[in-house]
Design a protein around this ligand. Structure first.
Ligand code: CAA
Length: 283
């Protein structure tokens, strides 16, 4: 099927990054959010990030102008009814995602593929609450979206072959690489990455090492581009905790128990870079 117009719900860190790569790849993008200010900030961020690619010679000024012209914004979810593919990239809470799908579905055309950028929630369960479980998939981008090569494709139990093939073709057109994951809690990337981050928080909690020594150990000792605590701040500690809770509840194994220190930081509102405070102080 021919996908040309893409709707994105949520103009945060992930939604704006997804809009960025789709616009550069030639798709018409309609970015939706509940906040007008959020939409303005997202467009300004996309502009800055593509400009960075222009200054490094990765994108031409003409391609940047064309990409920016392909991005439109709307506060009305109903406007996404005109798109061929919708990517939900709202906050990582199942009730929020379900409410969005309930509002959105009556406006969609029958051919439209509906996806979620969820990093951990059951695709089968999300799909079952829509009118199109066979045209529903997990479409999981990594942060920062313009830089990271991988996209996880997750089929729900009812997803049909043409839907999977259509998304695989989209990933190719974006110049990225797809990895297929079965629909189990947190799929592949976060099933492996989050317990590592959680273990780093336990390592801090138990006094085995300082923030600096833990991060330096993994950067210099295992060649990770960021230390695990720096990466947790980058992803958002609320998202890390939400994913650990999905693993803990979904797999019913104490090895996935979120570290109490991670919970405490989230309770304090210390969510990492986005609140200027997490394991590091960005103020
Ligand atoms: N938009 C466009 N380009 C960007 C960018 C953005 N938002 N952020 C960085 N870049 C580009 C830079 O322009 C630079 O490009 P060149 O190679 O052409 O010079 C390149 O990325 C590297 O950036 P920097 O030199 O500024 O910084 P760096 O070398 O320290 O790399 C990083 C930054 C790419 C973020 C690197 O630290 C990294 O890879 N960190 C790990 C990120 C990671 O693990 N992400 C996955 C998180 S898990 C996830 O997302 C799943 C989930 O569900 C939670």
């Amino acid at each position: 099927m021919d996908i040309q117009k893409v709707g994105i719900v949520g103009a945060g860190q992930m939604g704006s990054g997804i809009a960025h790569v789709f616009a550069l790849a030639g798709y018409d993008v309609l970015l939706n959010d509940i906040s007008a200010e959020g939409l303005q900030k997202a467009v300004a961020l996309i502009d800055r990030n593509i400009e960075r690619q222009v200054s490094r010679g990765k994108v031409t000024a003409e391609d940047k102008a064309a990409a920016m012209a392909r991005i439109a914004t709307t506060l009305k979810l109903a406007d996404l009814g005109q798109t061929d593919l919708v990517i939900e990239a709202a906050t990582e809470r199942e009730t929020v995602k379900q409410a969005i799908f309930e509002d959105l579905v009556p406006h969609l055309q029958p051919h439209t593929i509906l996806t979620s950028n969820t990093s951990s929630i059951s695709i089968t369960r999300l799909a079952s609450r829509t009118d199109r479980p066979e045209k529903f998939m997990g479409f999981h981008f990594m942060n920062p979206v313009p830089v990271m090569q991988l996209v996880e494709l997750i089929r729900g139990i009812a997803t049909d072959g043409p839907t999977y093939d259509a998304l695989l073709a989209v990933v190719g057109k974006l110049g990225k690489t797809a990895a297929s994951a079965e629909d189990f809690p947190a799929f592949i990337v976060n099933r492996i990455l989050m317990p590592m981050i959680n273990e780093a928080v336990y390592t801090l909690y138990e006094g085995v090492g300082s923030v600096k020594s833990i991060d330096e150990s993994l950067k210099l000792g295992a060649n990770h581009p960021m230390g695990p605590l720096e990466l947790a701040d980058f992803i958002g500690l609320d998202t890390c905790l939400a994913i650990m809770n999905v693993l803990h509840e979904g797999l019913a194994d104490t090895k996935y128990r979120p570290c109490p220190l991670l919970t405490k930081y989230v309770e304090a509102g210390w969510l990492g870079r986005k609140t200027q405070r997490g394991f590091y102080d960005y103020r």
